[in-house]
Design a protein around this ligand. Structure first.
Ligand code: PEP
Ligand code: MN
Length: 343
């Protein structure tokens, strides 16, 4: 049974029969249970095609509930083991493999390789940097484009680090494939760009999928489902903070989402404490929280000179700050994985 409809007390037998026929005419089986206080109609079949709001808008219907989640490929119920994704250069994420993705918000030029060497020395295993930047203002820096991809790929090759970089436009997929981008990032602003999700779903490149700014956990999983339903099952989920009434931080880090996503899905989950907090001073504490909550990895913005960064300087860690964070993250990993012999 995939969906249940609770029928109002006031419904007549005629109205109920009419409702049941309406459902069955659409190819579903039903199971009507008349209780003392309420009548429940179980709707059996692939109810993903039914709009629950349409049913709820019917006069005799009180409430409609889905009994099973609308996501399938991302669902842990149908795939109990953790998914492990190979991101290139033997770097695997998920199922106990923990990776740190670090680098500047934007690729700016020659400082990229300097930052990349520093994050690698501190223990980062993947390199990030934006060549195509989704900016709130069209007058703000938009990224270096193809030249930025070239700088990233050269740095990745030198350091043998997979490159994670954002793709904003479905038309850029061939370019990203040609350059050999290791992991394509779908940014928060594109978390419901279904055309883009489907297009990257037709590749076999791992995808780092960020949660939308106002997206629920279920919406994030449905976005993953869009990618996976096209054939690409290599999706890494990313909690990067959500928009709330709070104004003291750029976003509100939903640390809860990390164990919730692990419970609902087999896909790896990464935390992004940089966009989640927006201020350098809060990035490390939030990174530790994500790590302690069981994240499979972190994505952290690092810049050699944050005051001069072309984007997101306010939330960048310097290389020494990042190196300090990496040592503490290793200790937190040890603490949460320690076998204490009880339980
Ligand atoms: C980024 O990673 O630089 C970025 C733009 O992230 P988000 O989409 O989470 O805002
Ligand atoms: Mn950024």
């Amino acid at each position: 049974m995939h969906m249940i409809a609770i029928v109002k007390d006031s419904a007549t037998q005629d109205q109920l029969d009419h409702f049941v026929k309406w459902i069955e005419d659409r190819g579903f089986r039903t199971n009507v249970s008349r209780g003392e206080n309420e009548t429940v109609v179980g709707i059996i079949g692939d109810t993903t095609r039914i709009d629950p709001f349409l049913l709820e808008s019917m006069d005799i219907i009180d409430q409609v509930r889905r009994v099973s989640e609308p996501f399938k490929k991302a669902n842990r119920k149908f795939h109990p083991e953790d998914t492990v994704i190979d991101c290139g250069y033997g770097v695997k994420i998920g199922g106990g493999n923990f990776q740190v993705i670090a680098g500047p918000c934007s690729v700016e030029g020659d400082n990229l390789i300097e930052i990349a060497r520093a994050v690698k020395a501190a223990g980062a295993t993947m390199l990030r940097g934006g060549a195509y930047k989704p900016r709130t203002s069209p007058y703000a820096y938009q990224g270096m484009g193809e030249k930025g991809l070239d700088l990233l790929m050269a740095a990745g090759r030198e350091l043998e680090m997979p490159v994670v970089t954002e793709i904003m436009d479905a038309r850029d997929v061939p370019l990203f494939l040609e350059k050999g981008v290791n992991v394509m990032q779908i940014g928060a602003r594109n978390a419901q760009n279904f055309t883009l999700l489907k297009e990257v779903g037709r590749t076999d490149v791992p995808i780092l999928l960020k949660r939308g700014m106002s997206g629920t956990i279920d919406e994030l999983l449905m976005a993953a489902e869009y990618i996976m339903s096209e054939g690409n099952e290599k999706v890494i989920l990313c909690e990067r903070g959500i928009r709330t009434f709070e104004t003291r931080t750029r976003n509100t880090f939903d640390v809860n989402a990390i164990p919730v996503l692990h419970n609902l899905s087999h896909l790896p989950v990464v935390g992004d404490p940089s966009h989640a907090t927006g201020y350098t001073r809060y990035v490390r504490p939030a990174a530790y929280a994500a790590c302690a909550a069981g994240a499979d990895g972190l994505e952290i913005e690092v810049h050699n000179s944050p005051a001069d960064a072309w984007s997101d300087g306010a939330q960048a860690l310097t290389p020494p700050q990042f190196a300090d964070a990496m040592k503490r993250i290793a200790l937190i990993r040890e603490a949460i994985l320690a076998d204490l012999g009880d339980e």
